[in-house]
Design a protein. Structure first.
Ligand SMILES: Cc1cc2nc3c(=O)[nH]c(=O)nc-3n(C[C@H](O)[C@H](O)[C@H](O)COP(=O)(O)O)c2cc1C
Ligand SMILES: Nc1ncnc2c1ncn2[C@@H]1O[C@H](COP(=O)(O)OP(=O)(O)OP(=O)(O)O)[C@@H](O)[C@H]1O
Length: 416
């Protein structure tokens, strides 16, 4: 998959890549947070249509959730800095691109979502996907050559969320420049999720089961296996390993402690089963293109290259995962710690790692004694092995992923 990164200028304008004018594009657009099964249905339809029309398949991905941008502005009065983390984001742009690439999409165009960009009307935006007028040129120049647009039934985009299935259909019929195809595959239906408090009373809202809101709700309730069911892959958190308090070895369960700048939404405090993936020393890995794109000149396009959006996995282990404040040991910051079940005594300091959440094994408790805690953790480790035994199957590729050690060349520290 080729990836282009677009940085809007102060007026919100972007320069679209000029793609080969002899080939038309089937396009979809959205945030794709989590790339859940609903998103997958839309993306797969784009790939299918592109194949049948000899077109290219294009996904326009908004980076920064619009919800994050607008709530930040409402709270702080200004736009967040480009590097400001979004604590409610399920997956980083690199994680999303990895899954989008798996669906078979040819080109992803990542647009850094700014307030000025959000003010472009849906009709002007869609027009730009066909051709664009540029400075010093009278004739509009060919951009993506969009001939087909694929949207989910309740898609909304453009200024004041004016672009929806009805308004886009009208536009399509009036100008006959592109066709609209609507994917109405919402999955297993709807659920109610908490939506804050009004007049002192908790209120709920109805959302699709296949939605990022439902995934966030599952994670907040420790239901990581439910999140996996909606996503079609385990929910993941990425980070680098730092030193903890070196207590784990004494307990018999040394853990890889994630640095506080981890990426991905952390599930509620609790103990989970899953997988720990090692990508090797962080300083040996190239910075992802998405990081460089954050400091790009406004109004620029970072040329697309065929990039690997994820470093290669060095090893993968079944994991017992602890999220919380370790109350047994008094006041403590909230931490994410992972014990690699098959290989205790690993040296992962400074490594780039990922943890994938499979299921729940217990609560974070204040144990009476260290022996009690060790006993509890031992049981949770056994449960993790049982729960992760079957691995998991990627809903996009159909690949079966087994949670056992791949080929780890790093040092294994044995107890002396
Ligand atoms: C599977 C697992 C379950 C855990 N459960 C608890 C718990 O219920 N209560 C608690 O205080 N700490 C719990 N911990 C965290 C340990 O207290 C922590 O790993 C240990 O203190 C080592 O910390 P350190 O890495 O900072 O040295 C758990 C750790 C693991 C790996
Ligand atoms: N369950 C679903 N069924 C069909 N289409 C979906 C489903 N979920 C999302 N889509 C479509 O995927 C595209 C990208 O969606 P986007 O990520 O921008 O936001 P969304 O629709 O609000 O998704 P979510 O609520 O899960 O965040 C849109 O066209 C949207 O309508």
């Amino acid at each position: 998959m080729k990836v282009y990164y677009l940085t809007p200028d102060e007026q919100g304008n972007v320069i679209w890549p000029r793609l080969d004018p002899k080939v038309s594009s089937v396009v979809t657009l959205g945030t794709f947070d989590g790339v859940h099964k609903g998103h997958q249905a839309v993306l797969k339809r784009v790939v299918e249509l592109a194949k049948s029309y000899n077109s290219r398949s294009v996904a326009i991905v908004f980076d920064r959730r619009p919800g994050f941008l607008f709530s930040w502005i409402a709270q702080h009065g200004v736009e967040p800095a480009a590097s400001e983390p979004d604590s409610q984001q399920l997956s980083t742009v690199d994680q999303r691109l990895k899954y989008i690439a798996e669906t078979g999409i040819d080109i992803a165009i990542v647009v850094h979502f700014t307030q000025a960009f959000s003010q472009i009307s849906y009709s002007a935006f869609l027009g730009q996907l066909i051709s664009q007028r540029v400075e010093n040129s009278r004739q509009p120049v060919h951009t993506l050559g969009m001939t087909r647009l694929v949207l989910g039934q309740d898609a909304n985009f453009g200024r004041d969320r004016g672009g929806n299935v009805k308004s886009v259909q009208r536009l399509s019929e009036a100008f006959r420049m592109f066709d609209l195809e609507v994917v109405d595959y919402k999955g297993p239906g709807f659920i109610h999720v908490p939506a804050g408090v009004v007049d002192g009373k908790p209120v709920e809202k109805k959302v699709r089961v296949w939605s990022s809101t439902a995934v966030r709700n599952s994670l907040e309730q420790m239901k990581v296996s439910q999140a996996m069911e909606i996503l079609g892959h385990p929910h993941a958190v990425d980070g680098t390993v730092v030193h903890g308090e070196a207590r784990g070895r004494t307990l018999g369960f040394p853990t890889a402690n994630f640095a506080p700048d981890y990426e991905g939404l952390l599930p509620a405090d609790g103990v989970y089963s899953g997988w720990l993936i090692d990508y090797g020393p962080a300083d040996s890995l190239p910075a992802p293109a998405s990081v460089a794109a954050l400091s790009a000149t406004p109004g620029s396009v970072t040329k697309g290259e065929i990039i690997s959006t994820q470093p290669a996995e060095v090893a993968r282990w079944t994991a017992a995962i602890s999220v919380g404040t370790n109350p047994t040991f008094g006041p403590h910051a909230r931490v994410l710690e992972v014990f690699a079940v098959e290989n205790d005594w690993l040296d992962l300091y400074g490594h780039r790692v990922r943890v994938e959440f499979a299921d729940t094994t217990g609560q974070m408790v204040k144990a009476e004694t260290l022996d009690n805690l060790t006993e509890l953790i031992s049981q949770e480790v056994r449960d993790s092995q049982k729960q992760c035994d079957g691995g998991w199957t990627d809903s996009i590729t159909g690949d079966h992923i087994q949670g056992t050690v791949v080929d780890w060349a790093g040092p294994v520290i044995r107890e002396s």
